[in-house]
Design a protein around this ligand. Structure first.
Ligand code: GLN
Length: 193
């Protein structure tokens, strides 16, 4: 299984280490030609206005959006979740615009710029998952075709829509591989069809 990791900025190495540990091969994605033959794509955290501009500069916005619409499994963490969203509250910044979500950026305010919390995510099993938030966004609301996987206080922090998966937190910064495993299982199910 070959997973591309968008390598324009952010926590690329941590995603690579996690996916390799789980038995997937990885390739850095910088240009559209790097997208050929992928089974899945990861969009790491970073800064979403910057990543959006770099996506445009490297002519990646349309090719990735097309693949997402065609069903390529894509997993976005933090900035990746913002880029996947059709709606970014109060912002016109570039995006892939694939998920029917309304995302609020830097949503936890200055005091809570960065924090960690063990949270129960039913699709991952009983053991709580160590969620690391760094200037994190949250999903304010979703259309009916989006499935929330983790909610907190009426906000959504982890969600999926068909082939797309988005987390407000950073599972690549922990030792717990269950979120990445969940993404790989989505790919396996798709490849079997
Ligand atoms: N606050 C960042 C943004 O708006 C996201 C932070 C992150 O990816 N850790 O893009």
């Amino acid at each position: 299984m070959m997973i591309g990791i968008l390598a324009l900025q952010g926590a690329v190495r941590e995603h690579r280490n996690m996916l390799n540990r789980l038995g997937a091969e990885t390739v850095d994605v910088l240009y559209a030609t790097d997208l050929i033959g992928l089974d899945g794509l990861v969009l790491p955290g970073g800064e979403s206005t910057t990543t959006g501009k770099l996506l445009e500069r490297n002519n990646l916005l349309e090719p990735i959006a097309d693949l997402g619409r065609e069903g390529l499994p894509i997993f976005g963490t933090c900035t990746g979740m913002i880029l996947l969203s059709k709606h970014i509250i109060g912002s016109e910044q570039q995006r892939l615009g694939l998920m029917d979500t309304y995302v609020e950026r830097n949503a936890f305010g200055r005091q809570l710029a960065s924090f960690e919390a063990d949270m129960s995510i039913p699709v991952l099993g009983e053991k709580p998952f160590p969620c690391v938030f760094i200037r994190a966004p949250y999903i304010e609301k979703v259309e009916a075709n989006v499935k929330p996987l983790l909610g907190y206080d009426s906000k959504i922090l982890f969600a999926e829509q068909d082939n797309l998966l988005a987390a407000a937190f950073h599972p690549e910064l922990t030792d717990d591989g269950r979120v990445h495993q969940y993404f790989l299982q989505k790919i396996t199910r798709r490849n079997k069809r």
